[in-house]
Design a binder for this molecule. Sequence first.
Ligand code: XBP
Ligand code: MG
Length: 234
Amino acid sequence: MTLQALIFDVDGTLAETEELHRQAFNETFAEWGLEWSWGRDDYRVLLKTGGGKERIAAFQASLPEGARRLSGDEIKALHKDKTTRYGALIAHGHLELRPGVADLIEKAREAGLKLALATTTSRPNVEALTRACWGKAAADVFPVIASGDEVAHKKPDPEIYNLALKRLGLPPKDCMAFEDSRIGLHSAMGAGLPVVVTPSLYTDEEEHMGAAYRIADLSRQNWPLMLVARLCSD
Ligand code: XBP
Ligand code: MG
C-alpha cells in the first residue's frame, strides 16, 4: 500500500456535531408545530439511520397508527429548514474540531496526501463546519467532497465512499478512511477501504469489528504507525 489520500467522515469524526444536529431537528419540529422531541437515548438509536430525511422517515415508521405523519415533500421542506437552523447554530456557536484532527490534516497536506470527505450530511452543513473551524470554504480544505445529497443510498451503503474514490481517481488500497460509527465503518469497508475508527459521543458503545484501527481520537500519540511513518519522517 502506498498511502496517497485520507478520506474523512464529517459528523462525529471531524467534530462532535450530533448534539447540534439534534437541537436543530427538535427546534425545527417545534417550529412546524410537531409534538416530536428527540431525546439523547432516542437519538442514539435514530443515528443508525444515516441522513436526516431518512432518519425522519424511519422515526415516522415507528409512530403509532393515527399519529401525524409528514409526506415526502414535507420531510424535504422540514429538512431544508433544519439545515438552515443547523448552519446558524454552527455559525454562532463554538464548535471545535476533535483532538488531533487539525494537526493530522495539516501534516497530511504538507506530505502531499490528497484530502477528501465522504459524509451523509448535506453540503451546506459541510461548508458551515469548515467556515467555523478553519475559516475557509470546504473545497479549500478538502479538494474532494462527496456529500449525502449526491447519492441515492446513504451509509452503510458504500456509494458515498465509491463516489469519493472515483473523484480521487485512486484505488481503495491507496487510501485510508476515518469514521466514528458502525454504519460509516461498513460503508467504507464496503468500498474496500482500510478504516480508522475514533468512536464519538453517540457511537462509543458500538462494536466496530473490521476496523483496521480503533483509537480514542486522532491525537498524534494515537496515530497508527503507518501514518506516523508517512507523515512524520522529519
Ligand atoms: C451523520 C449523519 C447525518 C447527520 C445529520 O453524517 O447521519 O445525517 O446526523 O445531517 P456523517 P443531515 O456521515 O458525516 O457521520 O440532516 O444533513 O442528514
Ligand atoms: Mg459520522
